[in-house]
Design a protein around this ligand. Structure first.
Ligand code: HEC
Ligand SMILES: [Cu+2]
Length: 331
């Protein structure tokens, strides 16, 4: 492939020019074909235009063809315009066929046996559910981080809990809209281990720009280990600090919105926090999951992500410290 030099220019970047799955590769080929054709046509048009301008300038006393009644020139012009028109139609057809072929080849993967993942768009985060085996007690629920085995075919079953969002991980596939009351499927396959960033691609309100997610592609063994880990309820806190931290969590408004499996907190307004500490980012890619960021987020998420559906939680710093110590145990 003559364009194989492009991908290495974007190591780890969020871009369709560095595909890591078969569908993104098809989309990239289509993109490069259309880009090449339109670039060549552009260069030819500009070159002809420049030639015309320069030539007419150079000749003294030049009379434009349009003012000369010459059937010979007339016939030549008809031929040139006709040929250009024919070529345009052929090139448009080539691009159309290539686009159809791309749609077809990105869709065929869906027919294979696939792992199913449910993704729900929220203002402004992603709820992710794994209904593997369709058994409710084997259900894993997480947020903003989608783990998939490398090379496996995965069907993302997507819908929205509020407004229209759009799921887009450009290195992996094209966009798919998440519509309230309607379900859309997107089948993906990631061929390369790594973490691939995605982003909401449909304006969905104030914090649309802070609605990112990660697709983490890992080996089968690592994926299974992650899955088993996510299945387990939150561990019992050991230190007195963490025990008190859990108390703080359970006696504050947190329980109105969050779930920690293994405790009495079971609300689903916000992300499931059962394995919060296993995630690398919080607030849909807005912040790294560090103790300092968590402290700032819990105290006043509004100052970090204005308009976010989580109120400020003023509390004594000793309580906050204990709460953080507890949240850090949620591996
Ligand atoms: C009114 C509902 C509500 C309350 C009350 C609430 N939260 Fe949240 N919380 C949310 C929502 C919604 C989000 C997702 C925000 C986003 O990313 O846009 C969130 C996000 C978080 C996150 C980041 C999770 C992630 O994986 O990104 C943490 C941690 C968190 N909340 C902790 C708490 C704690 C601790 C309390 C109590 C002191 C609390 N929340 C109270 C609704 C709430
Ligand atoms: Cu959005």
């Amino acid at each position: 492939m003559i364009f194989s030099f492009i991908s290495p220019m974007f190591p780890g970047h969020q871009t369709p020019l560095s595909p890591v799955g078969p569908q993104a590769r098809h989309i990239e080929h289509n993109l490069l074909l259309i880009f090449s054709i339109t670039s060549i046509v552009y260069v030819i048009v500009i070159a002809v235009l420049a030639y015309g301008v320069v030539r007419n300038h150079a000749r003294e006393g030049f009379v434009p063809h349009t003012l000369v009644e010459d059937p010979e020139i007339e016939r030549k012009a008809t031929w040139i315009v006709g040929a250009a028109l024919g070529l345009t139609i052929i090139l448009l057809l080539v691009m159309m066929v290539s686009s159809f072929y791309t749609s077809h080849s990105t869709a065929v993967l869906a027919q294979a046996q696939a792992i199913k993942i449910d993704v729900y768009g929220h203002q402004w985060w992603w709820e992710v559910e794994y209904p593997i085996n369709e058994q409710p007690y084997r259900m894993v629920r997480t947020a903003n981080e989608i783990h998939v085995p490398v090379g496996a075919v995965v069907t993302i079953h997507a819908t929205s809990r509020d407004v229209i969002h759009s799921f887009w991980a450009p290195n992996i596939h094209g966009k798919k809209d998440l519509l309230p009351g309607y379900e859309n499927d997107l089948t993906i396959q990631v061929d390369q281990p790594g973490t691939w960033r995605g982003q909401c691609a449909e304006f969905c309100g104030l914090q649309h720009a802070h609605m990112a997610f990660d697709i983490v592609a890992q080996s089968r063994e690592d994926f299974d280990r992650w899955y088993e880990q996510q299945l387990s309820p939150a561990p019992e806190p050991a230190s007195s600090q963490a025990i008190h931290g859990r108390e703080v969590f359970l006696t504050h408004a947190c329980v109105m919105c969050h779930t920690i499996r293994g405790t009495t907190a079971g609300a689903t307004v916000g992300p499931d926090l059962t394995h919060l500490a296993s995630r690398s980012m919080i607030a849909a890619g807005t912040l790294k999951n560090t103790r300092g960021n968590l402290a700032g987020w819990i105290s006043n998420a509004q100052s970090i992500k204005p308009g976010v559906r989580m109120p400020p939680n003023p509390m004594p710093s000793s309580d906050l410290n204990d709460l953080l110590a507890y949240l850090e145990t949620l591996r």
